[in-house]
Write a protein that binds this ligand. Structure first.
Ligand SMILES: Nc1ncnc2c1ncn2[C@@H]1O[C@H](COP(=O)(O)OP(=O)(O)OP(=O)(O)O)[C@@H](O)[C@H]1O
Ligand SMILES: [Mg+2]
Length: 225
């Protein structure tokens, strides 16, 4: 059974009486442990697709199955549970909670999942250390640099060792050294825990390290040449 399956997935926006069709009849399977890159021009619908895969947005047509379960049409509580346990998001723009410290932000998914505060804090401290942020545990997002925020958001996405990481330009705001570090950590999760990767990227060096490269064009997903 594929980890993620999209069936005839479509997404349109309705604005000012017109219809903007962003995605059209997308059929996609992501297997356990598979590494997939999605490329495409700005505005081609990459973030839209990733949001649908992660259940952050509702499709206009078709559905997304996660481990065979209809993710697109389940209730919000069930969807949140799957999202929290099985998926890790790395967004184009970080979504750390501004009033919490880096440590608290990274510990959050484990606390939501019922782990004790001590366990969650210890795991969060280690995840932040792996991102080179040992000296920034008590900083709030507003007190971190852009790259540090991005790395904290990545630590949070990886903390519960999800089955699949959905990443939208994970290295877009990072310098070469930090970008390489992030890619290494994601690749290591893939090889040690068989974590599937779906990475939206403009960086062909990253895309070429994946098993498959798919390109979004005119609302359709094709094997890139
Ligand atoms: N909520 C919305 N309402 C209306 N149109 C939207 C909405 N969200 C996105 N769009 C439009 O859908 C199209 C696809 O947007 P999307 O963010 O998926 O592109 P993208 O491929 O991720 O681009 P980029 O590489 O610039 O991040 C764009 O033309 C955008 O303007
Ligand atoms: Mg985008």
């Amino acid at each position: 059974m594929p980890l993620i399956q999209c069936e005839q997935l479509g997404k349109s926006y309705h604005e000012g009486g017109g219809e903007l069709r962003v995605l059209h009849d997308i059929n996609l399977q992501v297997e356990q442990g598979e590494r997939l890159a999605i490329i495409g021009a700005s505005g081609s619908g990459k973030s839209t697709l990733l949001n649908l895969l992660g259940g952050l947005d509702e499709p206009s047509a078709g559905r997304v199955l996660i481990n065979g379960e209809d993710f697109s049409h389940m209730n919000e509580v069930a969807r949140c549970r799957i999202r929290n346990r099985q998926l890790g998001f790395i967004y184009q723009f970080h979504h750390l909670l501004p009033e919490f410290s880096a440590l608290e932000n990274v510990a959050m998914p484990l606390l939501i999942d019922g782990q004790s505060a001590e366990q969650a804090a210890a795991a969060a401290e280690q995840a932040l250390a792996e991102m080179g942020l040992s000296q920034r545990l008590r900083h709030k997002p507003g007190e971190l640099s852009g790259g540090e925020r991005q790395r904290a958001a990545i630590a949070r996405a990886l903390i519960h060792k999800p089955q699949c990481i959905l990443a939208d330009e994970p290295t877009g705001n990072l310098d070469r050294k930090n970008a390489q570090q992030v890619i290494n950590i994601i690749a290591e999760l893939n090889s040690t825990h068989n974590t599937a990767l779906v990475i939206v990227t403009h960086d062909m060096h990253i895309a070429e390290k994946m098993d498959r490269i798919l390109e979004l064009e005119d609302g359709e997903l094709k094997l890139a040449d």
